[in-house]
Design a binder for this molecule. Structure first.
Ligand SMILES: NC(=O)c1ccc[n+]([C@@H]2O[C@H](COP(=O)([O-])OP(=O)(O)OC[C@H]3O[C@@H](n4cnc5c(N)ncnc54)[C@H](OP(=O)(O)O)[C@@H]3O)[C@@H](O)[C@H]2O)c1
Length: 243
């Protein structure tokens, strides 16, 4: 059985993405971090970058839409480490700028829900037995202010429409609340985190996106909560975010 606390991060396929930076920060704090992506070549290359910095990072192939892929990932982690302490559902997407409830297609909207909601939900169900072996099991769902009333820039009341993305992240927050209640007595915390508008794609700084290290910080905060930390909340930068 692995002695270090072990975290799994989904959706780590780009060096400028939040998942990569979360992995760097978490492993710098002494955790073993399993980074995963659906493209094995990409995740192996990214793991090598962090391993060359002396960090304890392991690559794993995982497509969050695929039951078999999730079960294979489960077996691999069970065999190698025997336990999982932290699951970070970071994989996501389908940011449909310009999509309104009347113009957005169901095809696109279903894909957004499949990834942003059901992908995270699948992983919780698959990995629960390994999380239950942890003395302090933690699930972090990377959500967005796009699914909240209170975010003036991107939220439900904002002028720019991100319908499929926003409603799927709103649903992810709802799932977080329901899971937290169900898992409270089993010693597992479940929280949703908005990283804030973060410069994970080139050029977004000019629209006010903040450095990736800052956006990742709030995810790392939720991933390293003590045993008696909060559960069922929605946070940004370690502070509750109304939604
Ligand atoms: N950047 C922001 O301003 C911001 C703000 C609020 C919330 N967020 C959230 O933060 C998270 C990370 O976003 P990011 O900005 O860092 O962008 P990103 O690098 O594009 O991250 C999304 C990741 O999800 C992966 N992914 C998508 N479908 C997948 C699947 N079926 N299986 C496994 N991985 C899958 C993508 O991999 P592929 O390369 O294989 O597609 C990619 O690695 C997302 O959940 C996003 O909604 C971001």
């Amino acid at each position: 059985m692995e002695t270090k606390r072990t975290a799994l991060v989904t959706g780590v396929s780009r060096e400028t993405g939040l998942g990569f930076e979360v992995a760097r920060q978490l492993s710098s704090e002494g955790l073993k971090v399993i980074i995963s992506a659906r493209d094995l070549k990409k995740v192996v290359e990214l793991a090598l970058i962090l391993q060359n910095e002396g960090l304890d990072v392991v690559p794993l192939v995982l497509d969050i839409l695929d039951d078999l892929s999730a079960e294979n990932a489960y077996r691999e982690i069970e065999n190698r480490f025997g336990r999982l302490d932290v699951l970070i559902n970071n994989a996501g997407g389908f940011y449909d700028q310009g999509g309104t409830p009347l113009t957005q297609t169901f095809t696109y909207t279903r894909q957004a829900f499949d990834t942003n909601l059901f992908g995270a939900w699948r992983l919780v169900k698959v990995f629960l037995p390994l999380l239950e072996k942890s003395a302090n099991g933690i699930i972090v769902n990377v959500s967005s202010g796009a699914g909240a009333f209170e975010d003036p820039g991107f939220g439900l009341m904002a002028t720019g429409d991100t319908t499929a993305y926003g409603i799927s992240k709103l649903a992810l927050n709802g799932l977080t609340v329901k899971l937290a209640a169900e898992l409270k007595d089993r010693g597992i915390k479940v929280n949703a985190v908005c990283p804030g508008f973060t410069a994970t794609y080139p050029g977004t700084e000019q629209w006010g996106a903040r450095p990736v290290a800052e956006g990742a910080g709030g995810i790392v905060w939720a991933a390293t909560l003590p045993k008696d930390g909060p559960t069922g909340g929605f946070f940004r930068d370690g502070k509750p975010l109304p939604w």
